[in-house]
Design a protein around this ligand. Structure first.
Ligand code: SF4
Length: 288
């Protein structure tokens, strides 16, 4: 370890957003009511610690509706789902919908724009439950999903329709702004609708603000968490090494040996308990 004093700088805000809190409160309320067995379709939020803690309390996570017995208590995750799955679930289970209201807002915006005959271009990741859920709310073929700036070139030319740009709530704000600009140049009639949520935006801003003041940034979050990955990318885009860690056990101690100014942030699905445990381990490693 170097002889210099080591400092830990914590980004603010970090950790749980309101949508995640709301989804976990929903699970808690049903557990308190004695709902058993209690099923959740997909991970309630993308955090291994949260999911493992709930599994230890008897909550069962299903990848598909077929895995859920008829008549079971079923919670739909914070990321939302397709309309068809929602209907099927409601027909055979006692459903509680824990979709974040900000995700529902994006779904609604897609439905309205597609219904108005607009050309809906959606920035998001295929395979992510949120993007799949939005896709499942509009008629097949009425929404074009763009996963990266490179894919913008593949979009068919302007057909004269009003273009409506929407996005997954957890994308990188700078990248979305850049991609929107490209489309504004390419299409005549462009408007933007619902997308990146406030919680995502402010956590990214906090990381970008802190990055120039530190030599290395740790981001707490699980590998499947979109917003946590975007926080790591936001830090890396400022030119510093940044690593995503799922728990304090993953702190890369060797890489931090010569670091004197360390930054820390956490994705919107990371509980306070895990943030505190990580800070405590970093204190043990000499960061003040
Ligand atoms: S990150 Fe945003 S959209 Fe996702 S659950 Fe949190 S508040 Fe809702």
């Amino acid at each position: 370890m170097s002889g210099s004093e080591k400092h830990l700088r914590i980004a603010s805000p970090l950790g749980f957003c309101n949508g995640v809190r709301r989804a976990l409160d929903t699970v808690e309320a049903l557990l308190q009511k004695g709902a058993s067995p209690l099923f959740v379709l997909h991970e309630i939020v993308h955090n291994n610690f949260v999911v493992d803690s709930l599994k230890a309390r008897g909550v069962r996570f299903a990848d598909t509706l077929e895995e859920v017995p008829e008549g079971a208590e079923l919670i739909l995750s914070a990321h939302g789902t397709t309309e068809a799955i929602f209907r099927q679930a409601a027909a055979r289970c006692h459903v509680t919908d824990a979709t974040c209201p900000l995700v529902s807002k994006v779904q609604q915006a897609a439905v309205e724009a597609a219904g108005n005959g607009e050309r809906v271009i959606f920035f998001g990741h295929l395979g992510h439950p949120e993007t799949e859920g939005v896709l499942g709310h509009v008629p097949p073929g009425s929404m074009e999903v763009v996963e990266s700036p490179e894919e913008l070139e593949k979009l068919p030319p302007d057909d004269g329709r009003q273009v409506c740009i929407l996005s997954q709530t957890t994308l990188d704000a700078d990248e979305v702004a850049l991609m929107t600009e490209v489309l504004r140049k390419r299409f005549r009639k462009v408007r933007t609708g619902a997308g990146i949520c406030y919680a995502t935006g402010v956590r990214q801003e906090a990381v970008r603000k802190l990055a120039p003041e530190v030599q290395y940034m740790l981001i707490l979050g699980s590998p499947r968490s979109s917003n946590s990955n975007r926080l790591r990318e936001a830090a890396a885009s400022c030119g510093i090494p940044a690593r995503l860690i799922d728990s304090p056990a993953e702190i890369p101690e060797e890489e931090l040996e010569d670091v004197t100014e360390l930054g820390l942030s956490a994705g919107a699905s990371v509980p306070d308990e895990l943030i505190k445990a990580t800070v405590s381990k970093l204190r043990d490693l000499g960061f003040r």
